[in-house]
Design a protein around this ligand. Structure first.
Ligand SMILES: [Zn+2]
Length: 457
């Protein structure tokens, strides 16, 4: 057989094992896996490297079109950062951009904004908001969104026309009934809005400004209550459910119980909940502010256990960048909540999981690629199997480096990982058989990425 490309001698993470072997690629697809393959027009030597499926990051915010937020992250910079970090596909959230993605027209505005700018593949989310219960959900389905997203905590700026809005209980109920008809998944940000808003208000009146006190205004039970409520509504309506960025083991326990009871529910956590802890937040500053907040070390280590035993389905970045001025304040309560992490999922998780906590290579590939691809129906993505897209990340193990701001491809080069030593490196990323990043040449200018629409489109 002749191939367009052969990747030789890498330690390849296959579906149920890993092995030093070759991968033959034809027309952007994996055509053959086996030793001593020959007949490649091009050959890439991967000796000494881990060859993993490219990450499928199921939770990324790109603020494009941005309106008054046009200096936030765009498609050009966001997908370049993905490529450099080993992410070959991401699911993009329906908020932060203006207008928010809530109907056919605003979804089309997203596709137009990303035209000829993508370095990796992008699938889109649509929103469930109070204003789109009379046809918007169906338009998003017809437009090819992969899933829906709703907020139970307070979201969006009511002074900005077209900004995203959180929902109340009736809207959750009605929205879930409509989404159940599409057979797509509703992903929910679970925090109790009323309690967290009020606790925040009280803390600010008292003059609290630290990140530590911000964390205290969003206690574990406010997350757990919203997860329980979502599960109950899903049971009532038959809507498929995914809980985004769970930040406490007690929240994961609720998902596990519901799954064991036969419900179609999954959950993710984020790289930053598996890396940082409360006591270091004030030294790092508002760049590490997010919600739900980053909790203590015991919380973090328990979540690692839940990831390794499969209770947490997969890991995402929740890449949610803004401009530096919105993080430049001594008052944690006033800072924008969101962490830029898209470029440092793969290296941080490989180092913290595989190199430091005994995670197997298959557990790693499941958490970053295989499980999110399966959950969101990305049929061509997520594993190194014959017939799938040839999307890979090459990882150089035991090769520490210290992340510098200038390494970041983001539009705004801020990240809480800056200054941290990370114990491995992403050295090459391949999308459908084309190199989109390598450590010598940098990120490709070819814009090889595409929008992925659901299978009906
Ligand atoms: Zn998010």
């Amino acid at each position: 057989m002749s191939f367009d490309l052969i990747v030789k001698n890498g330690n390849v993470i296959l579906e149920n094992e890993s092995a030093v072997t070759d991968i033959g690629i034809k027309d952007g697809k994996i055509a053959e896996i086996g030793e001593n393959l020959t007949g490649g027009s091009r050959v890439i030597e991967a000796d000494g490297l881990i060859v993993s499926p490219g990450m499928v990051d199921a939770h990324v915010h790109i603020t494009d079109p941005g309106g008054v937020r046009s200096e936030w992250e765009g498609y050009e910079t966001g997908t370049r950062a993905a490529a450099k970090g080993g992410v070959t596909t991401f699911l993009e959230m329906p908020l932060n951009q203006l207008p928010a993605t809530v109907d056919g027209k605003t979804l089309k505005a997203k596709f137009d904004a990303g035209k000829n700018k993508l370095t990796v593949d992008v699938a889109s989310y649509g929103g469930l908001v109070p204003s789109n219960l009379d046809g918007g959900i169906q338009e998003l389905d017809e437009g090819g969104v992969m899933a829906y997203k709703a907020f139970l905590s307070t979201a969006g700026d009511r002074n900005l026309e077209g900004d995203f809005e959180n929902i109340g209980d009736y809207e959750l109920y009605e929205g879930m009934k409509q989404i159940a008809e599409t057979d797509k998944i509703l992903s929910i940000h679970c925090e109790n809005a009323e309690v967290t808003d009020k606790l925040g208000e009280i803390a600010m009146e008292r003059g609290e400004t630290s990140l530590k006190s911000y964390v205290e205004t969003r206690p574990v039970f406010t997350e757990v209550e919203a997860i329980q409520r979502s599960i109950l509504f899903a049971k009532e309506t038959g809507c498929r459910l995914h809980i985004v960025h769970v930040a406490c083991p007690e929240g994961v326990d609720e998902v596990t119980k519901a799954r064991e009871a036969g419900l179609d529910v999954t959950c993710e956590t984020c790289t930053h909940y598996l890396y940082f802890h409360t006591d270091e937040l004030d030294d790092i500053g508002p760049v590490v502010k997010c919600s739900p907040p980053i909790r203590d070390i015991a919380n973090r280590e328990k979540m690692w256990e839940q990831l390794l035993n499969g209770e947490i389905d997969f890991v995402t970045s929740d890449h949610s960048p803004c401009t530096p001025d919105l993080k430049d304040t001594d008052n944690a309560f006033e800072a924008w909540g969101g962490i830029s992490g898209l470029q440092n999922n793969v290296d941080v998780l490989f180092d913290e999981g595989v190199q430091k906590r005994g995670m197997t290579l298959n557990q790693f590939a499941d958490a970053i690629a295989n499980k999110p691809a399966k959950r969101f129906d990305l049929a061509h993505k997520g594993s190194i199997t014959v017939g799938k897209d040839a999307d890979f990340v090459f990882i150089k193990p035991s090769a520490p480096y210290t992340l510098k701001a200038e390494d970041l491809e983001y539009r705004n080069q801020i990240s809480p990982y800056v200054g941290r030593e990370i114990g491995c490196q992403v050295v090459q990323t391949i999308l459908r058989g084309e190199t989109i990043y390598d450590s010598e040449q940098g990120v490709s200018e070819l814009h090889s990425g595409r929008f992925i629409l659901d299978k009906n489109n």
